[in-house]
Design a protein around this ligand. Sequence first.
Ligand code: C2E
Ligand code: MG
Ligand code: MG
Ligand code: MG
Length: 290
Amino acid sequence: QAKEQGPAIYQFYLPQMNERAVARLKIETQLRGALARREFVLHYQPKASLINGEITGFEALLRWQHPAHGLVPPLQFISVLEDTGLIVAVGEWVVKTVCEQIREWQGQGLVLHPIAINLSARQFQQQDLDSIIGETLRATNIDPRLLEFELTESVLMKEAEMAANALQNLKAFGVQISMDDFGTGYSSLAYLKRFPLDVLKIDRAFIRDVTTDPDDATITVAMIKLAHSLGLKVVAEGVETRAQLEFLIRHGCDEMQGYYFSQPLPLEGASKVLMGGYRLSMSNGICAEQ
Ligand code: C2E
Ligand code: MG
Ligand code: MG
Ligand code: MG
């Protein structure tokens, strides 16, 4: 029986795994090329204050401008960048690009808001993550308060020692630190105390049904209270409807990010917003040109 199953399983699984491995290798090769050919781009999604509806900042989000496939979202390649370690080089490119962009906007005399950069666990394995960021800050001579770093619970779990050390140094530069996707990982509340955080971002998974699912509503309200009692600012991710927005305002959430306010914008769109060419408003949702 076992003998008969052996080859069958072999035949069934191996070609598939092989195919996957080959596909992954192909993506890896393409991603290496993408960095060299400068095919990565950043989109910038605005966040808004729930007190006055004004922009409070942006999150830089990576996209791959593929010559044949168009704009590829990060879910399709971030895990390959992480597994292969390519995220280290790409992550450095992100930091440099954001700092240079802040500098350029500053040179144009625009009033700026902090820009958030996502960091993967893999980047915290680099001994010199903080010094590379410090050097980039010095080289571009930007105000560190205009820079924010987002990390997830999994970073703090996988790289606790390295992260604690790196985050202390980053804080000392004067940048902001946010806990991203809160509530989806191994939500150890000890993390919130142990690491020098400024912002807690409630994951979209809780916001989606916040007005219809009493459990999500309870959890969201509890997270807002928890954040505030620890002196953290709280941001709701993935806000798509007026009803969600009103719920969050009612429960004292500080800021929101989501399609209801704006999609992530390409560079020109973000520049236009800063120059006042687009007026983002809460009542009409997605950016309306005026
Ligand atoms: P994230 O950091 O949680 O970013 C928020 C994601 O939610 C973005 O997806 C954004 O486009 C999406 N989003 C925002 N508002 C809404 C909404 O109202 N509804 C829905 N359905 N989605 C919304 P995106 O750009 O596809 O990025 C996915 C993830 O990829 C990010 O999640 C982040 O974990 C990772 N990522 C993106 N850029 C970078 C990067 O430069 N470095 C690293 N390490 N990771 C990145
Ligand atoms: Mg993020
Ligand atoms: Mg998030
Ligand atoms: Mg997320």
